[in-house]
Structures are given as structure tokens and as C-alpha cells.
Design a protein around this ligand. Sequence first.
Ligand SMILES: [Zn+2]
Length: 290
Amino acid sequence: MPAHIQIGNVAIHRIVEQEAPFFEVLQFFPTLTKEVLNQNRAWLQPKFLDAEDKLVLCIQSYLLATPHHTILIDTCVGNHKPRPNRAFWHMMTSDRYEKNLAGAGFGVGDIDFVMCTHLHPDHVGWNTRLDNGRWVPTFPKARYVFADRELAHWTERQKEDAAACPWILDSVLPIIAADRADVVKSAHAFDNLVTLVPTPGHTIDHYSVQVGKPGAGALITGDMIHSPLQTRYPELSARPDYDPKQSAQTRRNVFGRVCDTATLLCTAHFPSPSVGRLVSRGDAFDFVAA
Ligand SMILES: [Zn+2]
């Protein structure tokens, strides 16, 4: 695995916070049958699936160093955050994230923009850090790029049922209060090298990030996909998906566009190295690690 990926004049770094078995695969994919799992276990284990059938996932950010900006895409789980429904993310006190950021050659002060593909707890955590009992932006000079309908959805949800989404209170609303948010359409053309691409379904207004030209370059997927099993079976949607039919349609659309091209898929959650290309396989696809 090279220290970073180079796409033209953009360097892409992975900043890993965690990598471990997390969710039982048959629970995580409610429509996955034991039969299909058994047919695929041989290639899934041990890399993508552990001996207890738990999905091995990476929790990470992608950092883009372009000639113009340093952009962090998704911010993992973060420290000191109460996540009572997720024991493995509850009140973390790990220095791994900031160490890996430093290992890639960056500090929190270097980040110009933070892009959150969607507002789930493993994608917004390091947006903020605890400072004397207050949540403040972790990245002192960064603007934070949120999709408008995604932000509206979660702001409303937080008002209705704060306990259901504690991460909005500690990792999203403080960014709004600090006047650091850039609220955009999920199809926002950020600049000539970086474009947001709507990939709805996992959440209401989820976006991916295209680096370079479509059909080449790289696509930072976010959570439109969680496991390479979904390239073989694009209709397999994950339990947390907001609209499972729409997320399946998004996978079909995106996979059809990128398969058999040079496009590198930089997935949020595949285990390391997390990055690869899609090739067609019958009416579905294979993920080939880069
Ligand atoms: Zn996620």
C-alpha cells in the first residue's frame, strides 16, 4: 500500500481511526440469505468477514491535498462522544486518529474544508472536540460542507428525538453555531478538481466526492456501499439505509458508470487498503483492490 494515492495533481491520503469486526453480516444485510452467504464465504473470509461472520470494517477519513486546498472527507467517530447504543464507539479516548493524521504529514490546522458525505456518527465525530466542557470545531480554520437536505433532515430529527441522534448535538450543531458550515446542494461543483455527486439512499441526501474527471480519477464513495459483497449483489442494502430501494438504485447507477474504467473507488468502510476498481461480472460487478 503506497503512503498515498496520486490522481493528477491531487494526493489522496487515508486517515484510519479503527479497523475491526463490527456487525454480524446477516443482521447488517437484512435481505442476505444464509444460502447466498455460504456461496460467498470462501472469498469473504478472513479479510472481509471474521470467523464469527462479523463484517470487518475500516473507519477512516480521506484527505485530499490539491494545489488549492486540503480537504478532509468524513471525520470518523471522535473522542469523548456519548454513543450509548454503540459500545465500540462510546466515549472513545484514542489518539490513533490524530497520530495517523500527523503520520500523513498533516495537523488539524492544515484542513481548509471538511466534507461530510452524510451525517451519521462515524462520519462527523471529529468535526468537534471537547474544550473545557464545550464542543468546538476540531479544525480551527476549516469550513464544513454539508448537503442542504441532509442537514435539514437531521436538524429536524434532533428536535423530534434528541436521544436517537446524539451525534447531531455534539458534532453537527456546534459547527452551525460557530458559523462554519457551507450548506450546498449534493451536486455541488466545488472546484475544477473536486465535485460532489448525489448518491442518495443510505441517507436522504448522501453525497460522494469525485476527484478529477468522471470515468477516471477517484470516487470517494462514503456509505453508498459497505462491503464488496454488494458489488456482486448491488440490491443488498444495509440495515441502516434510509431508503434501501434507492440505495440499491444508486449502486446500480454508480457501478454502471465506473465499471471497467480507470476510476478508483475509495470506500469508507472496506478493510485496508479500501481502494480498488470495479470490473463487470455478468450483470453485476467485482471489486479488485488497487
Ligand atoms: Zn459509515
